[in-house]
Structures are given as C-alpha cells and as structure tokens.
Design a protein around this ligand. Structure first.
Ligand code: ACO
Length: 405
C-alpha cells in the first residue's frame, strides 16, 4: 500500500472526504451491498434466502468463520455459547449500580467495559496483539463475546425493569441464541413464534459492512485494544439516533405524529428541515432497503401472533406511502431503512422504546466480531489514523501576555 511518507514526498494532495463518503478504508469479504439496486448479501448469500433458510446462529457462524456450519458445527457453536452464561461479578455490579431509569445503551457500554476489565485483571498480559495472534486465544475471545452479549443484555433488561437477574443455573443449555436470550429475559417456555421473529430481527441487523459502529470497532481494534473495549466503541456509535438509535426515534416520532391526519403537516416540517424523517434514508441504499421489506412483512405476522394490531403501523404505512410520492424524498432517493418498521415489532413483542437499540446491538455483535476477526488477519492492517485538513491560524504567532489578550 501507498505509505503516507510516499504521499508527502510526492507532494500529492490528501483527500478531504467528510463522513468518508467516497473512501474505502478497509477491504472485506463478509458483506456485499449494491445500494443502487437494493441488494444485500452475506458471503454471497442473498439476505432474503438467509432469512428463509437459516437462523441467527448459522448466520453468525457464516459471518465470523466464512462458511455455513454443518449440523455438527452448528451444534458445537450453540453448545459453546450456551455453556458460558455466568455474568462476571464486576459486570453484574456495574449493571446494578445504575439507576433502572438509565438508558440501557449507556449501561451496555459500561458493562462491556467491565467485561474487558474482568478479563484483563485475570491476565495482565492480555492485549489484542499478543493474545489474538494464536488461534485458540482468538476463538476463545469470539465465543466469550458471542455468549456474553445475550447474558449482559438480558441482565440490563431485568435490572431496568426492576426484576432480579436470573442466575446462570436457570439458563437452558444447547438452545438457539434467540431462545436462550428470551429465556434469560422472562424465564419459562418461550413462544416459538416470537423467538422466530426475534431470530429474524437479529439476522437483519447482524451485519452491514462498514457502517458507523462496525467502522468504530475496526478503528479501535487497529490500536491493538481487546475485543470488549472495541465493542464498547461499537455500541457507543450505534447508540446515536442517526444509526442504531433510529429504531427508538422512529417509534417516538410515530407516536408523536399519532394519527394519519397529521402526516402532511409533519412532512412539511421535514421539508422545511425542522424535523428529520427517522427510519428513512441511507448512505449506501439509494433504493428500497431489502431489510425494510422483510421487516414490514414480519410486522404483519407478529400482529397475527399477538392478536392485536398497533395503530402505529397504519401511521407508518401511510407515512411511507406519502413520502415515496413526494418529490423531496424521490429526488433525494430516500427510502425506508431497516429501522422504519423494527420498532413497531419490538413494541408488539413487549419491549420499551429505549431497549430497541440494545436489541439492535445484540444482533450487530455478530457482525462486529466477524469484522474484528477478519481485520486481525488483514495484511494491510495499520493503526487507523485519518488526516485532517487544518483550517486554523497558520502561525507561528507569539503568545500575548495575559493583560493583552
Ligand atoms: N429526513 C429528511 N431528509 C433527509 C433524511 C431524512 N431521514 N435523510 C437524508 N435527508 C436529506 C438530507 O438533508 C440531504 O438533503 P440536501 O441534499 O437537501 O442537503 C439529502 O437527503 C442527503 O442526505 P445526507 O444527509 O447527505 O445523507 P447521509 O448519507 O449523510 O446520511 C443518514 C444518512 C444519516 C442515514 C440520513 O439519511 C438520516 O439521518 N436518516 C434518518 C436517521 C435514520 O433513519 N438512521 C438509520 C440509518 S440505517 C442504520 O444506521 C441502521
């Protein structure tokens, strides 16, 4: 690769690219997106087929290890994760130290940091560069991370709901990621249908190449930090309303609109830039997000299962229909993204809006881990260190005395 010293020597201009709109910072073979055509494939398999034919456990294996698992490998993958459901004491203490009214994403960031602390204190030599250079250490980190996420998220859920956290012995072994997670939330037998819906949502959120949070994970990993610290950065980036926080914002927006009669006024405010139409628009998709199409169908199925239809689905459907006929949105190629309908489903499943981004993080953790793993093997891997365009005072100038400032 071209090194920056070569660029300086050649006197070449640096590329100024706000928001990395045109720059590829990494190469990857995990996910392919054609945003113009609305195509999403993981390792070559279309998302529609994956959702139809496999579950989240198979998809996480595919993303991380590069191939769909055999039945034997799948059983091993599920077993390895379900055997590690104990929450380290310091992680549990960190979670319960928060007020139950704290935002669950903030708690998740702290819990992952505690997870990192619990491992580094056990092994002072622990560091991304050294431990992850051997295959066993790498695999151990992957399995620990995949198994820790549902345990941590379930503990946060129960704490913020004012409920006691389940002990590890109460968690059934050898079940799918989604079923195990639902068990840790509510205990007892789970509705198969709702577990299927959660599985689909986890799959649709699992990976989306170099989005803000995944790039953050790669960026942090490039300094050699441990996987849990990198994941803290991923969750923090996802928290923002322009990224994973959008699912929460969409529901709050739909609730605020409240009624289809208020849609024209709301869209006028969006066009006057007084509002943003949350759940719409995407850096890469300039066509319908294929995940939004699947989620929309799933929403209708969920309402059949729970037996009631949320009136907000009518507001969402009409909002989408009106926006897609409006020149403002047509000219800018703004379509619903994955988050436009996901919140309505999470709500129907009984989750509070502030918990939606955490569920997003749960699915996306598979992608973060896959990218972290791929990045460690990348021969072009270097510390991430973007240039800046300095626009301040050129100087040098003399520092004035305090009486003369
Ligand atoms: N509502 C209103 N206008 C919008 C929206 C929106 N949701 N999205 C983009 N636009 C407008 C911009 O104002 C801009 O208009 P202009 O050319 O007149 O200035 C034009 O469309 C292009 O948009 P950009 O801001 O350049 O798009 P960018 O790629 O930088 O941002 C983003 C993408 C952040 C997703 C944006 O579309 C957005 O804010 N959407 C709403 C939040 C959201 O749903 N986020 C979730 C994304 S999916 C995910 O992360 C899982």
């Amino acid at each position: 690769p071209l090194r920056s010293s070569t660029l300086y020597a050649a006197g070449l201009p640096r590329l100024y690219d706000p928001g990395f709109a045109t720059t590829a910072a990494y190469s990857s073979s995990i996910t392919f997106i054609d945003g113009g055509k609305g195509i999403l494939r993981h390792r070559g398999y279309p998302i529609e087929q994956l959702v139809d034919k496999v579950g989240f456990d198979e998809l996480s294996y595919l993303l991380i290890f590069g191939a769909l698992p055999t039945a034997y490998n799948l059983a091993l993958w599920q077993q390895a994760q379900s055997q590690r459901v104990t929450l380290p004491t310091c992680v549990r203490s960190v979670i319960t130290a928060f007020s139950p009214s704290a935002h669950p994403m903030s708690i998740l960031i702290a819990a992952l940091s505690a997870m990192s602390a619990s491992r580094t204190s056990l092994n002072p030599a622990y560091s991304g560069q050294t431990v992850y250079s051997d295959a066993a250490g790498r695999r151990e980190a992957i399995v620990t991370c995949m198994s820790a996420m549902p345990v941590i998220v379930a503990a946060i859920y129960r704490h913020t709901a004012g409920l006691p956290i389940f002990s590890a012995s109460a968690v059934p072994h050898k079940q799918s990621f989604a079923t195990r997670f639902l068990h840790m939330l509510n205990g007892g037998d789970q509705s198969k249908s709702l577990a299927n819906t959660l599985d689909i949502l986890l799959m649709l959120h699992a990976d989306h190449e170099q989005n803000c949070s995944t790039s953050a994970v790669r960026h942090l990993s490039s300094s050699g930090v441990d996987i849990f610290s990198s994941m803290c950065g991923g969750v923090a980036a996802l928290y923002g309303p322009l990224h994973g926080g959008a699912c929460e914002s969409v529901l709050r927006m739909l609730t605020r609109i409240g009624n289809v009669d208020n849609i024209p006024n709301f869209l006028e405010r969006v066009k006057r830039r007084q509002e943003r139409l949350m759940g719409f628009g995407h850096r890469i998709y300039k066509n319908y997000d294929p995940r939004a199409r699947i989620i929309q169908q799933e929403a209708r199925r969920v309402f059949e299962v729970v037996g009631t239809v949320d009136p907000l689905i009518q507001v969402a459907t009409e909002l989408e229909r009106t926006a897609l006929q409006d020149d403002f949105f047509v000219q800018r190629k703004l379509y619903p993204n994955v988050d436009f309908y996901s919140g309505i489903i999470y709500k129907a499943m009984g989750f509070e809006p502030q918990f939606f981004p955490v569920l997003f993080a749960l699915g996306r953790s598979a992608g973060w881990i896959a990218h972290w793993n791929e990045f460690l093997d990348d021969p072009d891997r270097r510390i991430a260190r973007p240039h800046q365009l300095y626009i301040g005072v050129k100087g040098p100038r003399d520092v004035p005395d305090v009486t003369q400032r």
